[in-house]
Design a protein around this ligand. Structure first.
Ligand SMILES: Cc1cc2nc3c(=O)[nH]c(=O)nc-3n(C[C@H](O)[C@H](O)[C@H](O)COP(=O)(O)OP(=O)(O)OC[C@H]3O[C@@H](n4cnc5c(N)ncnc54)[C@H](O)[C@@H]3O)c2cc1C
Length: 514
């Protein structure tokens, strides 16, 4: 009788079924481990999913994350994933505020702003030196510097604020802003950021695949997660949805709720696909507050999804909308506008104008639309608004802020369009316009992202400090926590942010090499 009270045993229990949890599960199951993934939601994939966002409208949008750069070829090949990533011809388009002209960066054209090629030749070398190391045990800072083999380049990208490097490399206000945005995605930082958080963010935006290209997942982000779930199941991992983990003991007992039942599993290892601060609250014996996870971790963006009857016309008639919307379309993101936006948000206001980047998935990959929507010429837009830190949003004002942020995004878009974007929205089955907005608090509620932080926690360098203890497999792989049996396997692991599978891969390697 005694034995019936003991929890079932597993080699590995994975808390969270985001894409990283699925990567870890597949590697471990392929190696013969008995693995169970417990996912709170009824769907797998976390922030890497497709969803039918508008009732009765057959368009499957990448609801949260939308482009892939950091997923290493090695993981795709090791796990036998059937994923197609489409390269974009246009890198970016940015209208010049106050004019009807803009800057189009066409990867097929040699015409680039002054200083562009030299600057990106440097980031290319950085990418080729660093990216192959992210699926290996951590290099130390000195080793990474030696691997790059160019101290001046290292200084300019790693040691001094990236904004200073950009300001030295480019004279033009607009070009400086376009380049800087890679340091500000999901990261609330001033143009010249002495804390170097913007450098870390910039680095992860330029090293992916050894090129820094951001590709379109054909079929939407859900196609990536769908493949990962398929691979995990074939490898023999057990994937349980609707299973919310409520506590974890340091010796590996995981308590969870599933269909109104409280159940337990005991793992020789526990992998946390949840954010580090969420893990902390699950392991803590202190009672949990409603949202205990925000302390010290801040998101900084607003995400808006739209379905339009067609692409909008631009004020800039010299550029084909299909080219402008085919790459990353920057709006109100000059250097001076980014600086003013940071100041406004720091003072508690929504920036006006709001710096935004837009991208049209359906231009590159129309398969996310039904044949009817495709035939009618419908297009999806995904907008990522910058400098809207989670400190602006709380439980009391979330609905009002969602409306204000959506209005700010629409106004920012309209400042470069020749027609109001809202006039092109379709309607869903209830007659509502096909636009949805996710605040940082919405992301915290839906996915458990602390403060809506898209990377689970502030990004860390892709190398260890020279004096960091690298005395255990978990530490060498950058996945250690305060508890030896519990490892991080998600975006919050060192080198983990973004849709990359790197956190999952590295946690699995730490276990397999222990
Ligand atoms: C709006 C937005 C846009 C983004 N855009 C991009 C992009 O274009 N490209 C890119 O590379 N990255 C992007 N990112 C970042 C990227 O999506 C994430 O960093 C990545 O998906 C994290 O994956 P993960 O598997 O580590 O964690 P998550 O996707 O966060 O998954 C964690 C899982 O844990 C589950 N969970 C939480 N608590 C519990 C619990 N108590 N019990 C059980 N399960 C639990 C959650 O439901 C979730 O499924 C974006 C993120 C957001 C939010």
């Amino acid at each position: 009788m005694r034995w019936t009270h003991l929890p079932d045993r597993r080699d590995v229990v994975i808390v969270g079924g985001g894409h990283n949890g699925l990567v870890a599960a597949t590697y471990l199951a392929l190696a013969g481990k008995r693995v169970t993934v417990l996912e709170k939601l009824d769907t797998l994939g976390g922030a890497a999913v497709s969803a039918q966002a508008f009732e009765g409208v057959d368009a499957r949008l990448s609801r949260y994350s939308y482009l892939v750069s950091l997923l290493p070829r090695r993981i795709i090949d090791d796990l036998g994933l059937d994923i197609t990533l489409a390269r974009r011809r246009y890198s970016s388009y940015t209208p010049e505020p106050g004019t009807d002209r803009g800057l189009l960066i066409d990867n097929h054209s040699p015409e680039k702003p002054a200083g562009w090629d030299a600057f990106y030749e440097g980031t290319g070398r950085l990418a080729r030196a660093i990216f192959p190391t992210v699926t290996e045990p951590l290099l130390t800072r000195s080793e990474a510097r030696r691997a790059l083999g160019d101290d001046a380049l290292w200084e300019s990208m790693v040691e001094r604020p990236i904004g200073s490097t950009i300001a030295d490399a480019f004279d033009d206000d607009l070009v400086r802003g376009v380049v800087l945005t890679d340091g500000l995605i999901g990261t609330f930082a001033p143009n010249i950021d002495e804390s170097l958080a913007a450098n870390r963010c910039f680095l992860y935006h330029v090293i992916g695949g050894g090129t820094g290209d951001w590709d379109v997942p054909v079929g939407g982000m859900g196609a990536v997660t769908g493949e990962l779930a398929r691979a995990a199941r074939i490898a023999g991992a057990e994937l349980v949805t609707g299973a919310e983990v409520t506590s974890i003991t340091p010796d590996g007992v995981v308590t969870y709720r599933h269909r109104d039942e409280e159940l337990q599993l005991a793992g020789s290892w526990v992998l946390a696909n949840v954010a580090p601060s969420v893990l902390e609250s699950l392991v803590s014996i202190r009672p949990r507050a409603a949202y205990p996870t925000r302390d010290g971790v801040e998101g900084a963006q607003v995400k808006v999804n739209l379905l339009l009857s067609r692409l909008p016309r631009l004020k800039d008639t010299a550029v084909d909308p299909a080219a402008a919307f085919g790459g990353t379309f920057h709006i109100n993101e000059t250097w001076s506008q980014l600086s003013a936006a940071y100041d406004a948000a720091s003072a508690g206001r929504i920036p006006d104008p709001l710096p935004c980047e837009i991208y049209c998935h359906s231009l590159t990959d129309p398969t996310i639309l039904s044949p009817e929507l495709r035939a009618a010429g419908a297009q999806t837009l995904t907008v990522f608004g910058l400098h809207t830190p989670s400190r602006l949003v709380d439980e009391a004002n979330n609905d009002a802020m969602r409306a204000s942020l959506q209005a700010a995004v629409v106004e920012s878009l309209d400042s470069v369009l020749a027609e109001p974007v809202e006039s092109l929205l379709l309607t869903d089955a209830s007659g509502q316009p096909t636009i949805e907005t996710k605040t940082t608090l919405d992301l915290e509620h839906a996915l458990g992202l602390p403060g809506g932080n898209i990377f689970h926690a502030p990004l860390s360098w892709p190398f260890a400090d020279d004096d960091a203890p690298l005395d255990t497999p978990a530490r060498r792989w950058g996945v250690a926590t305060a508890h030896p049996r519990i490892l991080l396997c998600g975006a919050g692991a060192q080198r983990g942010g973004g849709v990359s599978g790197i956190g999952g891969h590295n946690a699995a390697m730490a276990i397999l090499s222990a």
